[in-house]
Structure formats: structure tokens, C-alpha cells
Ligand binder design. Structure first.
Ligand code: XUL
Ligand code: CO
Length: 429
């Protein structure tokens, strides 16, 4: 039985359409730079925000009205699976993402939890087969259960480390079973509240040990997904170890993990780190670790993770600029990781929100392609650094220059003046 009987399949109707159940810009088969929009954008629905979230906030209970609300836990999980595939079909989205805790109820023991997961994973697999929909990534929730109060792999309690490891083992098996393209590690509660009671070195060493174990086990079972770290600076902990792209990169390099991981960068997490989204994407891109995107935007006036659907065209344009310059996201994609506001409690709102996000990214893709095609920014940047293309600049870039040769050059050069030419090349004075 349909979970969304009042919603038709969402089609592209063009920018003049007034139909709220239609795309105005996302035209899956339209080509941009030789690839279809569908191939460029690889949208994914976030299971937890779309089918589990209730709209509860610290001031009140949930408001969402869903047809599966009154069912028993396992039946509710099954209904959500049906809702997921109907939603993907109607939204014309090919991928979805989940945490283990989103898809099946947690049991009284690890074994019981795994049994519940097996039931739902078998169902997901059947649906994937009959619909052609795919898993962009899965992950394990190592932050909601009270056992993770001090973190998971960075907990002070070794039993918690072991439990988390067992959950990730299962998560990797699930990823393999469902053919996940990627596997994500978001730090959850991997951070600290106070340095006074924290062994910073042990916690980070343990985090690295944990990630190495995951890499080894994936190899052992032949799960070949791209591993992703999702940086976030704070919330829920005061300081999260994978603070931002640069911090995550340094961590991966220090612990000999750089060739095993890429980054899943989230727009709202960039905001919390005091960066723009494009800063995070650029940092990852130039270091060869741009893997995937969580597209939810934040609010510049709020200091927490509001997980809003992306509607800022400037941001999606600059994000897609980085993605195009990266020659795409490879096995990654654009997961929304966004939730409707508490006042948008009806099923239809889930569709309107995704339409808005997909249209904004489609417009961003077109605008970014234009920027690149017309070399608007490339020309400015090339021109700005032209002093490194010849003479002393070329010597610096090629590694030929030394402090001595540069001193000899500086001693005979004309004084650097604050003229227009000086901002690009002292040689031109
Ligand atoms: C939390 C967040 C997570 C990850 C997956 O801020 O973004 O939902 O995307 O654990
Ligand atoms: Co996220």
C-alpha cells in the first residue's frame, strides 16, 4: 500500500512551472559538460531525517504525522523501508544513506540488534534489486545510546571501544551485502568536554587504531567501498577530533591512513567550523581527498547544526564549482542530511523540501559550469599569479631558487611599490 498516496511522481517541468510537485531546474537527462545532471549530482536521501525524524526539539515533542507512527518497532522499520523506496521512486533519486540505528530497532543485546538488522537488510536488498535504487553510504550510530556518553573509539572505557568495534564490523558486513558505494565515519561523540580529564593522545591513537581495524576488516571480507571521514568541529562534544577538512587531513597523514580515506564534507559543519562550504571542498580537492557531500546548509546567525535543505544558490554554485574542478565526486554523491522544520509536519513537506534542494543544486551546477566555461574566475586567478610563470617566480616554483639566489635577486631588484603591477609581479615595475 502506498505510503504517499497524495504525491505524484516528481517530473521536470521547467522554470515557468507553478506546480509545487515539479522540478523547475533539475532535469535529470539534461547534459552539462558531457554528463547528465543525474550523473553529476548523484543525490541521496538521508533515511534518518526523512523517515525517522519526528520534529522533536529541546522545547517540545515531535510533530511529524506519519502513517507508520502507531506500529510496533519492527513493523515500523519495515514500513519505513517501503516508504524509502516509494519516496526514492517518486523523487527520482537513485541513492539513499542510513545509520544502522535508523533502519532497525536496537535489541536488548548486541546479538538481538544484529538479528533485527538482518531482517531489515534482507528487505532492503530485495527492494534495491526490484527498484535499481542504491546505497550511497551506510554508517553506524555510535552516539545516541547512553553507552557512548564518553565517546565510542575514544571512550575511556575499553568495553565501549569493543562494542563500537563490533557494531562497525556488522556495519561493514551490511555495507557489503547492500553494495554500498561508500562507508562513512562521522565522529559522533569522538571528542572531549574538558582537557583536564582527557588523555588526548590515547584517545586519538585509539581512534586511529579503530579506523585501521575497519580498513583491515573491509579488506578481509572484500568490501571495496570508499571510506569517508565526515569532519565536524563541535556538537555534540565541545571539541570533535575531526574538526574540519585540514584537521582531518593532518590526522589521516599522521596515522598513515591518507590513502585509505576521503572526506564527506557537510555544508553546515563548515559553517560551525567558521569556514565557507567551498573552503572545505577546496581544501579536500587540492589534497586529493574530496569524496562526497552532505548538502545541508546551516544558518549563519545560529551556532548549531540546523540541518536545513540547501536553498542558497551562491553556496551551491561555489560547491559545484569545486566538484566540477574535481572532475566529479567519483563514488560519492550529494546526500541531503537535511530535515524539514518542525512546523512542516506533513508527508508532502518532505517532497517540497527535497525539490527545493535538488533544484538549488541543479541551478548551482549550471551556474558553476558557466563560470568554468567562460573562465570567469580562472582568468582572474591565472593573471593574479602570473609572476610565478617566468623569471624569479618560475625559479621558485621549480625549486631552483634558494635563500641565497633570492637574496641576490632582491638586492638588485627595484623597490616593490604599491602599484597595480606590484600586486601581480614585481618584475613588471
Ligand atoms: C551529524 C551528521 C551525521 C552524519 C552521519 O551532524 O552530519 O548525520 O552525516 O553520521
Ligand atoms: Co552529515
Amino acid at each position: 500500500m502506498s505510503k504517499f498516496p497524495n504525491v505524484p511522481k516528481i517530473q521536470y517541468e521547467g522554470r515557468s512551472s507553478k506546480n509545487p510537485f515539479a522540478f523547475k531546474h533539475y532535469n535529470p537527462q539534461e547534459t552539462v559538460f558531457g554528463k547528465t545532471m543525474e550523473e553529476h549530482l548523484r543525490f541521496a536521501v538521508a533515511y534518518w531525517h526523512t523517515f525517522n525524524a519526528s520534529g522533536a526539539d529541546p522545547f517540545g515533542v515531535g510533530t511529524a504525522v506519519r502513517s507508520w507512527d502507531s506500529l510496533s518497532p519492527l513493523d515500523r522499520s519495515k514500513a519505513r523501508v517501503e516508504a524509502n523506496f516509494e519516496f526514492l521512486e517518486k523523487m527520482n533519486v537513485n541513492f539513499y544513506c542510513f545509520h544502522d540505528a535508523d533502519i532497525a530497532p536496537e535489541g536488548a543485546t548486541l546479538a538481538e540488534t544484529n538479528k533485527n538488522l538482518d531482517v531489515i537488510v534482507a528487505m532492503l536488498k530485495d527492494y534495491q534489486k526490484s527498484t535499481g535504487k542504491r546505497l550511497l553510504w551506510n554508517t553506524v550510530n555510535m552516539f545516541s545510546n547512553p553507552r557512548y556518553v564518553h565517546g565510542a573509539s575514544t571512550s575511556n572505557n575499553a568495553d565501549v571501544f569493543a562494542y563500537a568495534a563490533a557494531s562497525v564490523k556488522k556495519g561493514l558486513e551490511i555495507g557489503k551485502e547492500l553494495g554500498a558505494e561508500n562507508y562513512v565515519f562521522w565522529g559522533g561523540r569522538e571528542g572531549y568536554e574538558s582537557l583536564l580529564n582527557t588523555d588526548l593522545k590515547l584517545e586519538q591513537d585509539n581512534l586511529a587504531r579503530f579506523l585501521h581495524m575497519a580498513v583491515d576488516y573491509a579488506k578481509e571480507i572484500g568490501f571495496d567501498a570508499q571510506f569517508l571521514i565526515e569532519p565536524k568541529p563541535k556538537e555534540p562534544t565541545k571539541h570533535q577530533y575531526d574538526y574540519d577538512a585540514a584537521t582531518a587531513l593532518a590526522f589521516l597523514q599522521s596515522y598513515d591512513l591518507k590513502d585509505k580515506f576521503k572526506l564527506n564534507l557537510e555544508a553546515n559543519h563548515a559553517t560551525l567550523a567558521g569556514h565557507t562550504f567551498e573552503h572545505e571542498l577546496r581544501t579536500a580537492r587540492i589534497n586529493g581527498i574530496l569524496g562526497s557531500i552532505d548538502a545541508n546548509q546551516g544558518d549563519l546567525l545560529l551556532g548549531w547544526d540546523t540541518d536545513e535543505f540547501p536553498t542558497d544558490l551562491v553556496s551551491t554554485t561555489l560547491a559545484m564549482f569545486e566538484v566540477l574542478k574535481n572532475d566529479g565526486l567519483g563514488r560519492g554523491g550529494i546526500n541531503f542530511d537535511a530535515k524539514v522544520r518542525r512546523s512542516s509536519f506533513e508527508d508532502e513537506d518532505l517532497f517540497f523540501a527535497h525539490i527545493a534542494g535538488m533544484d538549488t543544486f541543479a541551478r548551482g551546477l549550471k551556474a558553476a559550469a558557466k563560470l568554468i566555461d567562460e573562465r570567469v574566475l580562472d582568468e582572474i586567478v591565472e593573471n593574479r599569479y602570473r609572476s610565478f610563470q617566468e623569471g624569479i617566480g618560475a625559479d621558485i616554483v621549480s625549486g631552483k631558487a634558494t635563500l641565497k639566489s633570492l637574496e641576490a635577486y632582491a638586492l638588485q631588484a627595484k623597490p616593490i611599490k604599491m602599484s597595480r603591477a606590484a600586486s601581480s609581479s614585481s618584475n613588471l615595475l
